[in-house]
Design a protein around this ligand. Structure first.
Ligand SMILES: *Cc1c(COP(=O)(O)O)cnc(C)c1O
Length: 466
């Protein structure tokens, strides 16, 4: 399987190349040259399979020759062995038609683990073949940082530098990052906002000399391998709820459009999906884009769902490319316009294509709190604020009542226990797999939010190319 860039001018790469590159050299994102598909019989045959076996079937066609089936099975087995539930992503029933897909059973309590546990192993496998080293640099508002650190801690040939805004991540999120004392893990608390941290990281990637000297690599959801790992749970739950004979709708708490794009991929592979409901908080650029074609960037409003406080959704570019007839030149032009003016209109083809599968909703704090209370009152389930944004959109959606609606539960409630306690009066406790998180030693440096301060720290500690 070959991968092409959404902006049309970078060379095509295989799965291994696309995984290690992250972003394409023309600034675009990688997509497979065609969508692999399954027949109805192939979906039906997946009903009885374990999560790992489902992953091998679903991920296999995307990997092509980059891994043998046995290697892929081995990596998936290792990646999902650290989840605390036999089903990896268990499904819970809330009422006669609403379901919750729990994606937070991994080591750092958010759905990012589903993709990053596998990505860490893919990096290690591909790097050892090439005998090269990479330096992962990222900025996090909390969940990606802890999941990425957990996934690569102690792995050879990888150093990770993770920037977080000082004082703006929850205590649980910070400790999940800073108590990992492996020698290849460097946490940097930046004296600034998440946007400041993100801007520093972007500048490092755009500095060709610096990026090449340390072989910088990205772990955010622009990385194709992350998305492909997320396609698995759509199929896993779809076939359990009656696919291929019956279709299923999904409500997805959305920020960077990675998780819901994986649902789009599952639909392209032939999974009958009635609707993908994109649930945003008040930072609603995606809701505006999908409902009226207006993709224009506002300023970020901080909410109780920090992982969705985003005004530019990088993976949306993949959808626009696929719906616009995969014209890299035209998409590059459209994106250049957006980068210059911070606004763009979707074309008619993009709007109509999106409307066939996607719905959207903007959920404010009151609706979010109401959904948290509804889950507790109706089904005795304590859910986190991000999942509650998804559930609120699911409850409001106008969908044929015979279709099951699955809300993706993206974080464990204990990760955001203050907000959960405010809404429900119940203070969720951390699961035992997090151990003595609060008793462990923390290690991180605090640096000013300047390019010089952060790059000199990285230069001092990273392994330069030889
Ligand atoms: C990352 C994250 C999201 C948003 O997912 P995207 O793939 O960025 O759209 C939602 N909820 C939680 C808890 C997250 O960590």
């Amino acid at each position: 399987m070959q991968y092409q860039s959404t902006r049309g001018s970078a060379a095509a790469l295989d799965f291994e190349g696309a995984t290690l590159a992250g972003l394409a050299s023309d600034g675009g994102l990688y997509l497979p040259e065609r969508w692999p598909t399954f027949t109805a019989d192939a979906f039906a045959a997946m009903r009885g399979l374990s999560y790992v076996e489902t992953a091998v079937r679903v991920i296999g066609p995307f990997v092509g020759d980059a891994l043998s089936e046995a290697e892929l099975r081995d990596l998936c087995t290792q990646a999902y062995a650290r989840f605390d539930h036999e089903a990896v992503t268990p499904l819970k029933q809330l009422d006669h038609r609403h379901w919750l897909l729990e994606l937070f059973h991994g080591p750092t309590l958010a759905f990012k683990d589903v993709a990053l546990q596998l990505l860490g192993l893919l990096f290690e496998t591909f790097l050892s073949r090439r005998d090269t080293h990479i330096t992962i640099v990222g900025a996090t508002s909390g969940d990606t940082g802890s999941a990425a650190i957990d996934a690569v801690a102690g792995r050879a040939k990888i150093d990770i530098f993770m920037l977080h805004p000082v004082g703006r991540v929850s205590e649980v999120q910070r400790k999940q990052m800073t108590t990992v004392l492996a020698p290849n893990v460097y946490n940097i608390a930046v004296e600034g906002s998440f946007d400041d941290a993100q801007a520093l990281v972007k500048r490092m990637f755009n500095d060709a000399d610096f990026a090449a000297r340390y072989d910088l690599s990205a772990v955010n959801s622009i990385n194709w391998a992350r998305l492909v790992a997320q396609v698995v749970y759509y199929v896993y739950v779809g076939v359990r709820l009656g696919a291929p004979e019956r279709s299923v709708a999904f409500a997805v708490p959305t920020g960077n459009f990675g998780d819901v794009f994986a649902g789009y991929v599952a639909a392209q592979m032939g999974l009958p999906i009635e609707r993908l409901i994109v649930a945003t908080n008040v930072n609603d650029i995606l809701h505006r884009a999908l409902s009226s074609g207006d993709y224009s960037q506002g300023t970020v409003t901080p909410t109780a769902t920090p992982s969705m406080d985003i005004q530019v959704s990088s993976n949306f570019e993949r959808l626009l490319f696929d719906l616009g007839g995969r014209n890299g030149g035209a998409l590059a032009e459209q994106m250049r316009g957006f980068e210059a003016t911070k606004a763009m209109r979707l074309t008619n083809a993009q709007r109509e294509g999106a409307a066939r599968l996607f719905g959207s909703a903007r959920i404010d704090e009151m609706d979010m709190n109401r959904a948290m209370r509804w889950a507790y009152d109706a089904a005795g389930e304590i859910i986190d604020p991000h999942s509650a944004v998804g559930l609120a959109a699911a409850l409001a959606a106008d969908i044929d009542p015979s279709v099951p609606v699955v809300t993706l539960a993206t974080a464990h409630p204990a990760k955001f226990r203050d907000a959960v306690e405010r809404a429900t009066g119940v203070r969720p406790t951390l699961p035992s797999r997090t151990g003595d998180l609060f008793g462990r030693e923390e290690r991180y440096v605090t640096l000013p939010a300047t390019f010089e301060a952060v790059t000199s720290y990285i230069a001092e500690h990273a392994t330069p190319r030889t």
